[in-house]
Design a protein around this ligand. Structure first.
Ligand code: G3P
Ligand code: MG
Length: 350
């Protein structure tokens, strides 16, 4: 273990092991942390029989906040210090879209108030609007709500643009819709807008690309049964598209678990953690013999994605899944909760 164990001021690191933990249904349920989650993170932070730190990231299909805010939120809830560099949100890899859409006008859908517009801008997408901005421009675009107040709009001061003269280049669903009706209407309007401009007519084909961040149909919070996730909005959007266009093709790019892009992004963060723990190592050394474990509660997202990425998957029973193992996406190991999952990882590696 000479290369695997590297000294740094905060203690010894075990770099042959890396862990990606899911958040909802694993570390927390709604606004409440699970005690097993706190103990699991303490174990990874060296309170284990090896007395070694194990690199870990939190890999969630949640979002609607910045990585820094999520890190602060989870640190407070769970009582273990988490850095922004350890957080992969559903929309985190969407920052790569900035190379194509840096200045291009984009509709950002989902989340509380205009938060996702601000997140998109922080990712380098400088020219974004939200469905609320459209309704403020023309309240008849979605007449079933009070026109939004200026503080709910994406531009400081609530300035609105003339959407009839400002074409869109893409629709990006960053987070769960907080108003399905409004967001189905405005996203569909943009997707089949003539000249990609609002109010000038509809065409029977997709006029701009669609990107979506999290296909989870359901997720687990403090309610006794699973709740609709962002994937439920995707189902509605596709159904409305089919009904309105009589089946014209709708193409879209998905981010979030179980898609490969999420796992590449997580591996990149794990690499950076390992390299800062062992500054003399190179990436080949970090990768050699490293086993990455994923702990999750959703077989279709967490287990399918981890298996597809060549990681070792651990399914827990504190969220969506209850049972022996999943038939469609079997995990390498099933544990009652995340503390048992981390114990198993540490035992199986050493
Ligand atoms: O809305 C979040 C949910 O879809 C999944 O969160 O942490 O279980 O991936 P998580
Ligand atoms: Mg989960």
């Amino acid at each position: 273990h000479s290369r695997a164990s590297q000294q740094k001021d905060q203690g010894l690191w075990q770099l042959q092991t890396a862990v990606a933990l899911d958040i909802d249904g694993v570390l927390v349920r709604g606004k409440r942390a699970l005690d097993e989650g706190r103990r699991a993170l303490q174990m990874l932070s060296s309170e284990n029989r090896l007395r070694m730190r194990i690199p870990f990231v939190l890999l969630t299909n949640g979002g609607g906040v910045s990585e820094a805010d999520k890190a602060a939120d989870i640190s407070r809830l769970v009582g273990v210090d988490i850095q922004a560099e350890q957080i992969v949100l559903a929309h985190s890899p969407m920052r790569a879209l900035a190379s194509r859409y840096a200045q291009k006008h984009v509709l950002v859908v989902g989340g509380k108030q205009s938060r996702c517009a601000h997140i998109a801008r922080a990712y380098g997408l400088s020219n974004v609007s939200t469905p609320n901005d459209v309704v403020a421009w023309n309240p008849a675009a979605w007449p079933f709500m009070h026109p939004p107040s200026a503080d709910l709009l994406s531009e400081p001061g609530g300035a609105t643009r003339n959407f009839a003269r400002d074409p869109f280049h893409a629709v990006m669903v960053f987070h769960d819709s907080f108003d399905f009706g409004r967001d189905l209407q405005i996203a569909t309007d943009v997707l089949r807008s003539k000249d990609a401009t609002l109010g000038s007519g509809f065409v029977n084909q997709q006029t701009v690309p669609l990107y979506m961040s999290n296909a989870d149909l359901i997720f687990s919070n403090e309610y006794p049964l699973p709740r609709f996730g962002q994937g439920a909005y995707h189902v509605c959007l596709r159904a409305m598209w089919d009904a309105l266009t009589a089946g014209a093709p709708l193409e879209y790019t998905l981010f979030g678990k179980p898609n490969k892009v999420q796992y590449q992004y997580a591996e990149h963060l794990l690499d950076r953690i390992a390299l800062s723990a062992a500054p003399d190592a190179d990436l080949d050394q970090v990768h050699a013999g490293r086993r990455i474990f994923a702990i999750g509660d959703n077989p279709a997202a967490d287990i399918a994605g981890a298996n597809g990425a060549g990681w070792t998957s651990v399914l827990v029973r504190t969220g969506i899944f209850k049972g022996a193992n999943d038939a469609t996406h079997p995990a390498h190991f099933v544990a009652d909760h995340v503390e048992d999952a981390v114990s198993w990882i540490i035992e199986s590696e050493h």
